[in-house]
Design a protein around this ligand. Structure first.
Ligand SMILES: NC(=O)c1ccc[n+]([C@@H]2O[C@H](COP(=O)([O-])OP(=O)(O)OC[C@H]3O[C@@H](n4cnc5c(N)ncnc54)[C@H](OP(=O)(O)O)[C@@H]3O)[C@@H](O)[C@H]2O)c1
Length: 392
């Protein structure tokens, strides 16, 4: 029985609040805080259990410390934006409260994400006797646990890892992003990067394309090589991996719009002067694009995210695939969010549950693959993200 403070009332925050509320034996009290309190109240109204709400600017460490001291949660679930990670970790350190997030830190003025900033907190968290669990979403998150599960149950050694993220859904809009447009576009327009033979190799954005035949009727789709944060932690914690790549599907329509927006400078993250005022084009674009939350009732189809693993067991080569399929409309019926937020919010709740039940414990800063995958894999089946595995 624990009290949790959820920070961030966007698409993911909405799912986390719903899913924590479904598990009262673990999450006995829930506080939902965000920059705009009205968004918290709107979510709280959808949930039959009482959810307390609060206003917080999480960049303000002193204000977050005051909120934590006033509410006394056992754990802070950070589902605001990656820019807030370090400030919230500072507040957790000061108050001695456990921390969890779903995306690694990214400085607002540079499209670069890396665990290095958060790994630097390890000693301080350890000395304070508290735990931080990083990247407890789907990718990163479940994909790390899938890899740990493959390693534990099916391989003596993993040689190659391909994480493949497919959104086979359709929201019917000419152009929209399924989660925060600024974060999404920064990620997609960045250079691709993969790990091979002990070194990182760069590719031009979306320049490496292959085809993958997705299971359960989704069928073949083009997949594009990108850089994704779980590659960094997985090759760090599983140094046996010789090659690790991340792939994502995009519709031709999405790529066409993105190319034009890039060509005209609308995806720039540096400020430009407009009518005497500085604006950041990508932030202006975010204001024009549909709010990802508004796509919930419109989105149909399924997501399929999983890991293809090559390696060996008992001296024999093996190729294995573990994945989850999530239906946008079913997710919306349950928590009023489409599958992108659902597949992130459910693992955030499960990660918090693992920590609060003592199944995953440690002092310091941890990634998902460092813990026993079994209780997490079991919880995925119980809480709405069942998985399947097959040998290819
Ligand atoms: N691991 C994964 O699989 C995965 C997948 C998707 C997303 N994510 C991560 O999940 C997180 C949430 O994504 P989302 O789609 O829910 O984004 P979102 O819809 O844009 O929501 C972000 C929320 O954070 C709040 N926020 C922003 N700045 C804040 C601040 N300074 N103080 C307090 N609250 C603040 C926003 O408040 P206002 O609305 O008031 O501005 C908003 O409610 C992001 O970090 C994203 O990268 C992870």
């Amino acid at each position: 029985m624990a009290k949790v403070l959820i920070i961030g009332a966007g698409g993911v925050g909405q799912v986390v609040a719903h899913k924590c509320a479904q598990v009262p034996e673990v999450f006995s009290e829930i506080v939902l805080a965000s920059r705009t309190e009205s968004k918290c109240k709107k979510i709280a109204e959808q949930i039959s259990r009482p959810i307390k709400t609060a206003q917080i600017d999480a960049m303000d460490v002193a204000a977050t410390v005051r909120l934590i001291r006033a509410e006394q949660p056992q754990l802070v679930l950070n589902v605001a934006l990656p820019y807030q990670d370090l400030a919230i970790m500072d507040a957790c350190l000061e108050t001695g409260v456990d921390y969890l997030d779903t995306a690694n830190y990214e400085p607002p003025d540079e499209a670069k994400f890396s665990y290095s900033w958060q790994w630097e907190y390890h000693e301080r968290f350890r000395e304070r006797g508290i735990m931080a669990l990083l990247g407890s979403g789907f990718d990163p998150g479940v994909t790390n646990v899938f890899t740990a599960h493959a390693r534990k149950h099916h391989f003596d050694s993993i040689e190659e890892l391909d994480i493949i993220d497919c959104n086979a859904g359709d929201h019917g809009q000419p152009f929209a992003t399924n989660f925060n447009p600024e974060i999404n576009i920064r990620e997609v327009t960045a250079k691709g990067r993969f790990y091979e033979a002990g070194a990182w190799k760069e590719t031009d954005p979306l320049s490496v394309v292959e085809e993958f035949d997705f299971p359960e009727g989704i069928g073949p789709k083009k997949i594009y090589l990108m850089y994704h944060e779980e590659l960094e932690s997985l090759v760090h914690h599983m140094p046996e991996i010789k090659k690790a790549r991340f792939w994502m599907t995009f519709s031709d329509n999405y790529l066409k719009h993105l190319e034009v927006l890039q060509n005209v400078g609308m995806t720039r993250i540096d400020p430009v002067l407009f009518e005497g005022k500085e604006i950041v084009p990508l932030q202006f674009l975010k204001a024009l694009l549909p709010d990802p939350a508004s796509l919930g009732p419109l989105t149909k189809g399924r997501t399929c995210i999983g890991c293809v693993v090559n390696g060996s067991k008992d001296g024999k080569p093996k190729r294995y695939y573990v994945y989850n399929i999530c239906d946008h409309e079913e997710a919306y019926r349950e928590v009023k969010s489409q599958a992108i937020s659902y597949t992130t919010g459910v693992p955030a709740m499960i990660g918090a549950k693992m920590m609060l039940e003592g199944k995953w414990r440690g002092e310091g800063v941890f990634n998902m693959e460092q813990f026993d995958p079994d209780p997490f894999m079991q919880a995925l089946n119980q809480h709405g993200l069942p998985w399947n595995e097959t040998f290819l």
